[in-house]
Design a protein around this ligand. Structure first.
Ligand code: AMP
Length: 270
């Protein structure tokens, strides 16, 4: 991969990188097209990273659709797909990882609190992928807002010479944020899942600047669909993800909720 990436770089237009876990959809395709439009050669990784899943999470069930993923990549202008084996990414095994990369500030709350070790797994695998691919730019979706901010901080802290390019969330026609996990939803659940984006839209259109009021508004909308179990609804600083006392432009409302066994996240920048 390193040799192939260096060869692409030789051509002069730079290398843009889109890391993914596969089960690709239009959200991923949008990242790839943005990367392609930047003029660079695009490399996508498809790797379901075991170390970012908790012991009771969906690593084993996570959808794996590699042939369809490759077809989508080709359509979206990707030059190379990197699909490493576990032994290549974790030569000493995942049970005995010897070196972690752990961002400790932005990763602390919200997803970090609910999913211990998740961002440590994300940072470690992204650091490894960056070192292998050595891209000039890397494209990340705002769908995983906290992840995007954690990666931005990691890149700054570790002085990676890589520009992180954020891409707005791509949604289904009814507002549900696209996610590989949406395919877990039964049809009745799928219909109810739209309450997440409805709640966030109500918040962003309210003009309210008190974070507690905004959180209450989001919770009220979600409570209208009792099958949806709210995990958190928080309005926080758009950079640090810390609690705030008053909303300013660029702050963000984040939501996580479960429907049956499926956990969904979404957010809106206010
Ligand atoms: P994943 O395969 O879920 O790890 O996601 C790979 C990349 O695609 C991450 O940067 C995600 O934030 C991004 N992504 C996933 N879903 C969407 C979406 N609906 N809109 C924009 N980006 C997305």
């Amino acid at each position: 991969m390193a040799t192939a990436s260096a060869a692409l770089k030789q051509k002069g237009a730079g290398v843009a990188f889109v890391p993914t876990m596969g089960a690709l959809h239009e959200g991923h395709a949008t990242l790839m097209r943005r990367a392609h439009e930047s003029g660079a050669a695009v490399i996508t990784s498809v790797y379901v990273n075991p170390t970012q899943f908790g012991p009771r999470e969906d690593f084993n069930q996570y959808p794996r659709t590699f042939d369809a993923d490759c077809a989508l990549c080709e359509q979206a202008g990707v030059s190379l797909v990197f699909a490493p084996a576990d032994e290549e990414m974790y030569p000493s095994g995942f049970a005995a990882v010897s070196t972690w990369v752990d961002e400790l500030q932005v990763a602390k709350r919200l997803e970090g609190e609910r999913r211990p070790g998740h961002f440590r797994g994300v940072c470690t695998v992204v650091a490894k992928l960056f070192n292998i691919v050595q891209p000039d730019t890397a494209f990340f979706g705002q769908k995983d807002y906290q992840q995007l901010k954690v990666i931005e901080r990691m890149v700054r802290d570790l002085r990676y010479p890589i520009e992180i390019v954020p891409v707005p969330t791509v949604c289904e026609a009814d507002g549900l944020a696209m996610s590989s996990r949406n395919r877990y939803l039964a049809p009745v659940e799928r219909a109810k899942a739209t309450v997440l984006s409805r709640a966030l839209r109500a918040a962003s259109e309210s003009g309210e600047t008190d974070p507690l009021q905004l959180e209450a508004l989001i919770k009220d909308v979600v409570a209208g669909v009792p099958e949806v179990r709210l995990d958190y609804a928080e309005v926080v600083d758009g950079q640090t993800l810390e609690r705030i006392s008053r909303v300013r432009p660029g702050d963000v409302a984040l939501i996580a909720a479960s429907l049956g066994a499926t956990r969904l996240i979404d957010n809106v920048i206010l």
